[in-house]
Structures are given as structure tokens and as C-alpha cells.
Design a protein around this ligand. Sequence first.
Ligand code: FMN
Length: 219
Amino acid sequence: MSCATEGGYIGSYPQDVANIGWRLALCFGRIRCGVTVGPKGSVSVLLGISGSLRADATNRKLIREAARHYGGSFVEGDIRLPLYDGDDEKAQGVPGGVALLAAQIASAEAIVISTPEYNQSLSGSLKNALDWISRVEGSPWRGKPVALMSAAAGRSGGARANYALRLAMTPFRARLLSMEVLVAGARKEFGEDGRLLSERIDGQVGELMAALRAEVSRG
Ligand SMILES: Cc1cc2nc3c(=O)[nH]c(=O)nc-3n(C[C@H](O)[C@H](O)[C@H](O)COP(=O)(O)O)c2cc1C
């Protein structure tokens, strides 16, 4: 399942607007995604974020494989957002797409992120999304169980990108799993149907998702 992102800006006063936008987006997200809302407003859904925007991205395939292992409802976050610009934020507030993504993070029971390696680091699009989310009130990442993965062309499977992502996530106080999955030579690792070809890597993704579920059940 995936949720479409509304691209427009909401309102004109940044903090209030971010708040209102988030609440609206949360509501909107629930309706559009058709997910189950729990007693405390928590939603039993896995949110996946691909750090690569390409439709055929190996990182997108990897989060979908992770979702298959995790089971239950899956929502794909959209990080195709405007570049962060403090002047735009001041003039127009937080974009609707940012408010929606923040709401999806806040309401997910767990999150899996997969980043490509661009010049030994995480993708600019993913860092831009992290920066935007940090401008929304309410610390949506705080206490969230998060699993990190990477798929890259090189032999290290994006190890440096994964580490850079871990550092970039540090301010947000998420519960980052120490376990991770790195997929080297990524374009050769997926079949036509988008499934992982290697039993070894598929097993690693399964283990990571089991660890993510265990982290969720720790509460
Ligand atoms: C700007 C750019 C920089 C890249 N730098 C690296 C790198 O440092 N290490 C690496 O293993 N692959 C690098 N690559 C190759 C990516 O890992 C490869 O394109 C990967 O498939 C991207 O993920 P995707 O399939 O999800 O789009 C780079 C690709 C681009 C476009």
C-alpha cells in the first residue's frame, strides 16, 4: 500500500501551520491509507522510506521486501519534497508533503529506511527530508523503532551511507536498531518481480524485521 503526498503548502504562519498541517495530514493519512488506528492513536503500520527517488530504485525494492517480512499494513513515505529554504518556510510554512510525512512517521508503529550511497554518504533527498521533518513540532521520530538498510552499486553495500544516515538520525531520538542490512552490487540482487534473489540477503532482511518487531513489542 502506498500513500500519495499532497504537494501544496498549508497556511502562512510556520509553527501553527506545521501543527495544523500535521493534524490535518494525520487525519488525511488515516483516511487515504485505510490503516487501523489503535486506542492511543497509534497505528499498526510499517512506514518505509526509500532514499532513492527512482521508480525502479533498488532501495525501494528493498523496503518492499522488508515490508513483506514484517507483515501487516505498509505505507511508503514520499520524500520528493521541495529543497529546504528558511525563507520559503517563513513565508509559506511547512509544505503539505512534509506535514504528511511527519504524520506518517508519528503514527507508524515502526519505520524502515533504505538509503543509496551517493559519494560515500546518504542521498541529498533523504537528508533534505530529515531536515524538513525536524522543522515540524512534536518530534515525530522520538521513541520510534527504526531499522536502517542500504542498497548500493559498490562492494560495501552502502556501508558508509548507512553510517552517515545513522549519524544524521542521531538528533531525533529514534530507537535505531544496531542491526542493519547492506546490499552490495544491488542492481543484480533483484529479480524482474522485485524480489531478492539471494536467500542469504533475504534471510538478513527477515532477521532485521524480526528484530524490529521485537523492538516494537518492548513498547
Ligand atoms: C551521484 C551518485 C553517487 C554515487 N556514489 C556511490 C558511492 O559512493 N558508492 C556506491 O557504492 N555507489 C555509488 N553510486 C551508485 C549507487 O549506489 C547506485 O546507483 C544505486 O543503485 C542507487 O540506488 P537505487 O537503485 O536505489 O537508485 C552513486 C550513484 C550516484 C547517482
